[in-house]
Design a binder for this molecule. Structure first.
Ligand SMILES: *Cc1c(COP(=O)(O)O)cnc(C)c1O
Length: 213
């Protein structure tokens, strides 16, 4: 999208340094096909089973697809997630780190990993606490042999996202990881200006997700 390139230019960044992750959850097939026809190859989903249904076949047609999991992952779906996704952005607890390490060993496949940070410290939201992020990243590596590529956050509704984007960037620096998954339809340009290396855009790209019938 040219809006990403424009935001990158304003921030004196190269447009190519920002990956557009097209969030395809709940979108109808015709929109997925139209998006593929534009050349878009990086897609994000928030549910393992739904992603499998939408992408397992298409993978064969489009071997250069990159699939990212951006929704919560239950440990009993770790095998499925490791088998399907190229990137898992929602590593948010030690138990999941243990299961992912085991699944990777078993399946001989190593998706790239992001740690999800609960930057707003919201009760109902998944993610590692900001104060524990660097320790958790180190533990993933030391204890489970997992290499963490970056951090991901979903800012609280009704708060300025910029504070959360800036916090995530600081935490990444402290933790020694280089990638930042932040920014959605409402705020991806802001995220790009604040250092996002990938933005997760759904409705602004595909149109509103249809209400379930
Ligand atoms: C659905 C979703 C998005 C995309 O949301 P839009 O507002 O449609 O851009 C991004 N990130 C996550 C984690 C999501 O679940």
């Amino acid at each position: 999208m040219s809006r990403i390139a424009d935001a990158a230019k304003i921030a004196d960044r190269k447009p190519d340094d920002v990956t557009l992750v097209a969030i395809s959850k709940k979108q109808p097939d015709d929109r997925i096909e139209a998006m593929l026809a534009t050349g878009q190859r990086v897609f994000g989903e928030n549910r393992v089973q739904e992603a499998k249904a939408r992408w397992a076949e298409r993978r064969l047609t489009y071997p250069d697809l990159e699939l990212r999991l951006v929704g919560p992952l239950q440990t009993n779906k770790a095998d499925d997630a490791v088998a399907l996704f190229d990137v898992i952005e929602t590593l948010d607890r030690e138990k999941l780190a243990r299961h992912l390490a085991r699944s990777m060993e078993k399946l001989g496949r190593r998706p790239r990993l992001y740690v999800q940070v609960n930057t707003g410290e919201e009760e109902q939201k998944a993610g590692i606490k900001p104060s524990q992020t660097a320790d958790f990243v180190a533990r993933c590596c030391d204890q489970y042999g997992l290499e963490i590529e970056g951090l991901m956050c979903i800012p609280p509704v009704g708060e300025p996202a910029s504070l959360h984007f800036a916090l995530l960037r600081n935490l990444a620096e402290q933790a020694g990881v280089s990638k930042l998954s932040m920014g959605m339809s409402a705020d991806f340009e802001l995220a790009v200006r604040l250092g996002a290396t990938s933005v997760r855009v759904g409705s602004a790209l595909f149109g509103e997700r249809p209400a379930p019938a």
